[in-house]
Design a protein around this ligand. Structure first.
Ligand code: HEM
Length: 124
């Protein structure tokens, strides 16, 4: 499958290119630029995340749901669609079709579960 064709060394430039596009996006850019002070750290974290997700490297130890809940006031389902559209473009541009398809399928599932956690959260 596509997963076995992804190499760890390809994830760093993929993540860099994706967040360059995110930061330049009129809708998504301001949220990320306001939230993130240390971009090298964020890119390192996200490379570890994708390495854990696609290569089961166990390198990422964070908690994505609380990280996104902190920005709940600014994040909408439409922004998730935009995020996924940029991910599809970037993975298609940089990866083989098989690897791109695997990365896109994974992102869609994670986006779905993040949205369930964010938008269908029971009130405290
Ligand atoms: C972290 C925004 C979708 C994975 C963050 C942060 C922001 C953000 C602002 C930094 C949080 C902070 O430190 O204050 C968004 C927006 C999204 C989106 C606006 C869509 C509308 C996604 C998706 C994924 C993802 C679909 C995974 C496929 C992550 C991860 C972190 C993160 C792993 C690091 C969490 C940690 O601190 O360990 N995101 N995100 N995000 N995001 Fe997203």
């Amino acid at each position: 499958d596509g997963v076995s064709k992804i190499r760890e060394e390809e994830l760093t430039p993929l993540v860099e290119e994706f967040y360059a596009r995110v930061r330049a996006d009129p809708a998504l850019g301001p949220i990320f630029n306001d939230a993130i002070d240390d971009w090298p750290e964020h890119l390192g974290k996200l490379t570890a995340f994708w390495s854990s997700v696609m290569l089961t490297s166990g390198r990422y130890k964070g908690q994505p749901v609380p990280a996104h809940l902190e920005h709940k006031a600014r994040i909408t389902p439409a922004l998730f669609e935009r995020w996924l559209a940029l991910w599809v473009q970037t993975t298609n541009d940089r990866m083989t079709p098989e690897a791109a398809a695997a990365l896109q399928a994974k992102a869609r599932r994670i986006a779905e579960s993040l949205q369930l956690a964010m938008f269908f959260q029971l009130e405290e």
